[in-house]
Design a protein around this ligand. Sequence first.
Ligand code: GLA
Length: 603
Amino acid sequence: MNRLTEITVTNFLLILIVATSGCVGTQTVESPARGYVPAKAPYGHLAPTPPMGWNSWNFFAQDINEKRIKAIADAMVSSGMRDAGYTYLVLDDAWMAAERDANGALQADSDKFPKGMKEIGDYLHSKGLKFGIYQDRAHLTCQGLPGSFGHERIDMETFASWGVDYVKMDSCFGRYNGRLSSEDYMIFRMFLEQTGRPVVLSISDFGNAAWVWGGKESSQLWRTGWDIRSNMESIYECAEASAGSERSHPAFNGLWQFAGPGYWNDPDMLQVGNFKISEEQLSQLQDTGRSGIGKFKIEDDQLRASANKAHFGLWCILAAPLMSGNDLRNMSDEVRDVLTAPEVIAVNQDPRGIQGYKVFVDGNLEIYNKPLSDGTTAVLLLNKGTEISDLTVTWEMIGLSGRQPVRDLWQRKDLGIFKDSFTAKGLGQHGSELIRIGTKGKPLPTAEPVPLEKHTVTRKGETNLSDLYYAWRRENAPVYNKTFEGNPIRINGKTFEKGFGLKSESIFMFAGTERGDRLVGTFALDEAYTGEGKGQLIIYHEGLFGDRRIWDSYEVSKDTPAKEINVELDRYNCIMFEFVKIGGKDAEDVLGVIGNLRVIDEQ
Ligand code: GLA
C-alpha cells in the first residue's frame, strides 16, 4: 500500500469510526457558546460570492513546508490566478507541531515552517493574498495532530494574531466532543468574532447535513459530501451530493435552495490539473510520499482537457467555492486557461448567488441552469457517459422563449441567435458546453424552492413526518407510507396509513424550527421480515457528531414486541433517525417500520 492509499484508508476508517459508529457513548459537554447570538449573522459580507483560493491538501497532503507554500503563493500571482479571483491560500492539515507551546497555543511544525506562521501570513498578505488555515473541532486533526477541542478560544486568538482570514474546521473525532455540530461551529464563530478580525469559517464535516442543522448561522460554507479524489467518478459523486438527489429528498432537485449570497454548499476542493502529472514531478513527489496521485492519470490529452472543463464547469454552475488544489508551480497552459477562464468564473461569482440546478437528466446527459443577475442565464450541457451524443436545451426548460442570443463562455464567443433551443453537438466523454443565453434585463425567475412547511416542522399541533420531505439521508432512503418492499405498514395486526418502511443501513434527518414538544410513533421490524437478523433504531437530536440520543430501541429481532416512541423534544433544530443491523457489515440486513411518526406541538 503506498502512502496516499494509506492516508486515504486511514482517513476513511477514521471517518467511519467517527461519523457512523452507533456505539460510541459520549458525555454531553456544555457549550461555551450556549445562547450566543452572532453579531452579524449570516456574515454575508465575508463571502457574498463563493470563496476562491488554493488549498494544499489535494496536491501535497501533509508534505507542505515554507518553501513550497511560498512558491505556490508566488505562482498564484505570476500565473494570474490571484487576479482571476483566487485570493485565499489555505494551509490544510499537518502544518502544526505535534505539541502545543508552554501556554497551550498551537505552533507551526518547526521543520516545515521554521519562521512560524505569522511570517507565512505576512508573506501572503504582502502578495495581495489572504491566509487560510486548517484545524479540527476535536482533540486531534484527521492526521492525528493537536485539534482545537478545549482550546477553541486560544486557537482562534492565535489565528487572528497570525493574520488568518479563513479557517477550515474539520470534524475527524468530532463525535467525542459531546457537542452538537451546531454548537461546535458556533463556538468557533463566537471566538473568531471576539478577536475582531473578519474570518471566513468553512465547515468540513464530510457532508453531515449542515444545510439542515443550520450551518449558515455560524459559517459561510459547508461540505456536502465525502472527500474528493482526482478521478471523474469521485468528482461526479461530489457534484451529485450538492446537485443531485443523493443526499436530499428528490423533491429538492439538489441543495440549491440552501445556498445563496453569504453561505454556500461546498462539494469539496478542485482537482482540476491533478489528473496527470509529469514523470519528473512524480519522482519528486515519490520522495515526499505522494506517489499515489499517479494512479489517477488520464493519459489522453483531449479527454483530460474535457475532464478539467467538465469538473470546473460543474463547480461554476453550482456556485461552489473554487479552491484550486493543483501544483500551481508547474501548471500547464491548458489547466491555467481552465482555472482562469473569466466568463466561466463570472458565472460562479455572479452576485445573485443562485446555485445552478438540473433542468434535464437522461441517463448520463445532464443540463443545468443558473439564472444570473443581469437577466441572462448560464446553462451547462454535460455528457458524463462514453457515448458521443447531441444534447439540446430548449428555452422552455429555462423559462425563455422565441429568439435568443447564445454565447460560448469558454471560447468567449457569440454563437448567434437561436430560436426555441440550442443543441450542443457531438459531446464525447466528459464533453460539456457552458453557454449564456438571453439578453440583459429583469432577472429571470428561478425554479420553485420546496416551501419550508414541506420539509421542516413549522406547525402547531401535529405534524406527521411522512408528510414532510427528509432533508438529508445516507444509504437506504426511507420509503413513505409503505414497507421497504412496498406493502402496507402493519404492526400487531394494525395497519398504519402513515409511516416509514426502513432497510438497514439507513440514516435520515428532518428539519425543525424548535417547534414541537413530543415525538411519537410505533417501531418494529417489518412483519414480512422472516430473517434472523437483528436491528436497532436510534433517534438523535441533530446529527451524528453530537451523539445526542433521544430514543433507542436497542436490539430488536422479529420476535421483539413493537416499541412505542414517546419522547420529549427540547429545543431541537432537527431530528435524525438511524436504522442499523446488528453484527457488523456482513450481518444480515433487516427491514423495519415506523408507524404514524409525528411531532406534536402542545402549546
Ligand atoms: C479530511 C478533510 C480533507 C482534508 C483531510 C486532512 O479528510 O475532509 O479535506 O482536510 O481531512 O487530514
